[in-house]
Each structure stands twice: as C-alpha cells, then as structure tokens.
Design a protein around this ligand. Structure first.
Ligand SMILES: Cc1cc2nc3c(=O)[nH]c(=O)nc-3n(C[C@H](O)[C@H](O)[C@H](O)COP(=O)(O)OP(=O)(O)OC[C@H]3O[C@@H](n4cnc5c(N)ncnc54)[C@H](O)[C@@H]3O)c2cc1C
Length: 359
C-alpha cells in the first residue's frame, strides 16, 4: 500500500488523511502538539463549500453534531442601525455551521482514528528529504524519522514543509489587525440563533452569535501594530476590545462587559501566494499552501476542499508529480482569489462599504 506521511493533525491534515485512506493510501498523521492540534479560544464557521467537502468524505456527521447553523449575517453600523441582512446558506445540515475550532479538530481527529488512521502526537517535523530511488523521509524534533511514498505538508500557516519545499517561500504577512475572541456568559443583545450580528464599529469590527450553550460567542478585529508572540492576558485583551467599542452605540461594549476571563487574542496573518506548492514527493495543503485572513471565514473550508481535491487527483493519476500538478491546477486560482478577497475585507476594517443604512 502507498504510504502517505501527513504533517499536521489539524483540519487539512485529518481531512487529507481521511480522503487518502478512502482512495487506497495508508496515511499516518504526525502532529506537533502532544495532545493534538487543540487551539484554545477561537471559534469558526465552516461554510457551505466546506460542509460539501466534509460530506464528500462522509465525515460531516460529527461536525454537525458539534455545531449550530449560521444561515445569515445582520450587518450594523457603529450607531446600531441595520445596514443589510444577508443570507449565507441554508439553516439545515447542508448550510454553514459554527463551532469551536477545538471541536472541529477533535471531530476530524476522532473520525480519522475511527477509520484506522494512526495519529502520532508530539511529532514536530523539522526536516524532510527525498530518498534515493523514490519516496521521502521525514525527521522529527524528537530525533525520530519516518519514510513514506509521499508527504503532505498540512502544518498550518507557519508551515515548516512550505520552507522545506522552497526555502525562499514568502513568510506569513501581518494583516494589520489583532483578532480577539470571547464568550459572554449572558446574552445582553440577543440575535437570531442561526444569525451572525456584525458591526462596522468606529474603530474596529465586531461580530457575535448566540450559541446553543447559552453564551454569546464574539470576535473583534482591531487594527493596530503587530503584538508579536503574545504575553497579553485575557483581561488585557478584553480591555483592548472594550476600548475599541466604548464610544459606539452598538451592543459590542455590553457584550464585552458581560465576558469574564474567557477571552483570547492574537495577531492575524495571511499568505497571499505560495509560489511552489509541491516538489518531488512533497505537497502542501490547507493554510500551508494558502492562508486567508479571518474576514472571509474560508480557511477551514478551503482546507477541507484541498483534502478532497488532492485525494481525487492521486486516485486518478498514480504518478505523484502529475497528481500534484493537477491538484495545484484545480486549487491555486480559487484559493488565491479567496485570500485576496479576505484581505480586501480586512482592509475595509471599520469603513463600512454601505452608503446608507436601510431604515
Ligand atoms: C483568528 C482566526 C479566525 C478564523 N476564522 C475562521 C472561520 O470562521 N472560518 C474558517 O473557515 N476559517 C477560519 N480561520 C482559518 C482556519 O482556522 C484555518 O484556515 C484552518 O485552521 C487551516 O487548517 P490547517 O489544517 O491548514 O491548519 P491548522 O488548523 O493550523 O493545523 C495545522 C496543524 O499542524 C500542526 N503543526 C504545525 N507545525 C507542525 C510541524 N512542524 N510538525 C507537525 N505538526 C505541525 C499544528 O499543531 C496544527 O495542529 C480562522 C483563523 C484564525 C487565525
């Protein structure tokens, strides 16, 4: 059986392992973190295209079970006036779903393991190279190594595989914004259970959703200088978010005030283009190949689509180089367009593109 070394046990990695196994590969996932790619704090929406990819893998059920629908977005200005209500998909199981990023990781890891995929935790890739005569060898920070026929770098926005494939690959770019996530224990400004309430604030962008756990899940995108590796506490992130919305007549400040220490934040980055997606037996998937800023809410969905496309190409062409070229031909253009669109949305920041409110 053809062995695939999948680097990264996040969204792209687990989905790719599931997809490769379905087309006859023997995938093994190597995840850097000891407990798996858990990511404290953030939540996200898997859009309709991502749900379709999950369905193609028959891996949608645990994701639906751990999530709730996100059918529409209500957009407001800093004064609290409704600018637009926009449908983003169906409120049924096929439409967009909101869930904690850690829940999505766990659902996909569980699904992969239940299908017999081995996931090795605490294995951080540090080097990979071709084996004379064919195949690839990965070396890990713990000194161990593994050999396979192909290697899929699904190791996220700060991908080591990307740099191993091309030492000159562009580094992630700071978007000019920090993203703060919080969970308010009460719902001071209810919104429809399957809707996002988004606000073009006077200094920052705010969004919230009323989750079935009774809390208000919120995020803020706040323009400012890059903080770097963060030592900022939950209380400091909450204070920074509160300051950004203090002068607005929107519900943002009330939602933030209703939040305890369940707050996290960090700089946001994107990767507009990765010139080389594959070399020899190595190929990139997910954020390792193309990372969008959070604004378009498409990163996870694109990672899931990559997994499906890569496996299809490998099923149709046994020659890895040909399959990787076909995969890149399918995926490069749409993903780069989405990254560019997301960057444009991020740049809009607080300046509402709406001429007038609807009322
Ligand atoms: C603030 C924020 C908000 C977002 N909101 C949304 C949203 O609403 N909707 C959406 O679709 N997307 C959203 N995204 C993007 C989404 O989270 C990513 O696009 C998605 O996680 C990409 O999946 P991935 O598997 O490629 O990378 P990741 O999920 O980052 O997974 C990479 C994995 O590789 C592991 N790893 C890293 N280096 C190594 C190594 N050297 N060796 C072994 N393992 C390694 C990591 O530990 C991790 O588990 C958001 C992102 C951010 C930052």
């Amino acid at each position: 059986m053809t062995k695939a070394l999948v680097i990264g046990g996040g969204i792209a990695g687990c989905a790719t392992a599931i997809a490769l196994q379905a087309v006859g590969y023997e995938p093994v996932v190597y995840e850097a973190y000891p407990a798996g790619g858990d990511d404290a704090g953030a939540f996200l929406t898997v859009m309709g295209n991502g749900m379709a990819a999950l369905r193609a893998l028959d891996a949608h059920r645990p994701v639906i079970a751990g999530s709730y629908p996100a059918a529409s977005v209500e957009i407001y200005d800093a004064g609290g006036r409704l600018l637009e209500t926009r449908g983003i998909g169906d409120a049924d199981d096929a439409g967009p779903r909101t869930l904690l990023r850690s829940t999505l990781y766990r659902a996909l890891q569980g699904e992969a393991v239940s299908r017999g995929v081995r996931i090795e935790h605490g294995r951080r890739l540090v080097h990979a190279g071709m084996i004379a005569g064919g195949g690839v060898r990965a070396t890990f920070a713990d000194g161990g190594s593994a050999a396979g026929d192909i290697l899929v770098g699904a190791d996220g926005i700060h991908s080591a595989t990307r740099t191993l494939i091309d030492p000159d690959a562009p580094r992630p770019r700071y978007t000019g914004q920090a993203v703060v996530y919080g969970y308010a224990s009460s719902v001071p400004a209810p919104t429809a259970p399957d809707a996002y309430h988004m606000i073009f604030g006077s200094r920052a962008f705010f969004g919230y959703t009323a989750a079935p756990d009774g809390r208000t899940w919120w995020f803020a995108r706040i323009p400012g200088p890059q903080a770097g590796p963060s030592t900022i506490t939950a209380a400091q992130w909450r204070e920074r978010a509160l300051l950004a919305f203090a002068d607005d007549a929107s519900p943002a400040a009330a939602v933030i005030r209703a939040t305890g220490d369940d707050v996290t934040g960090g700089d946001s980055y994107d990767v507009p283009t990765t010139p080389i997606w594959h070399r020899g037996s190595m190929v990139l998937a997910g954020d390792a190949a193309h990372a969008a800023s959070p604004a378009a809410a498409q990163g996870a969905s694109m990672a899931l689509e990559d997994a499906v496309a890569l496996a299809r190409c490998l099923r149709e062409q046994t020659d890895a180089a040909g399959a990787f070229a076909a995969y890149e031909a399918i995926r490069r253009e749409p993903t780069e367009q989405t990254v560019a669109a997301s960057a444009q949305m991020s740049r809009l920041g607080t300046s509402s593109p709406y001429a007038d409110p609807v009322d």
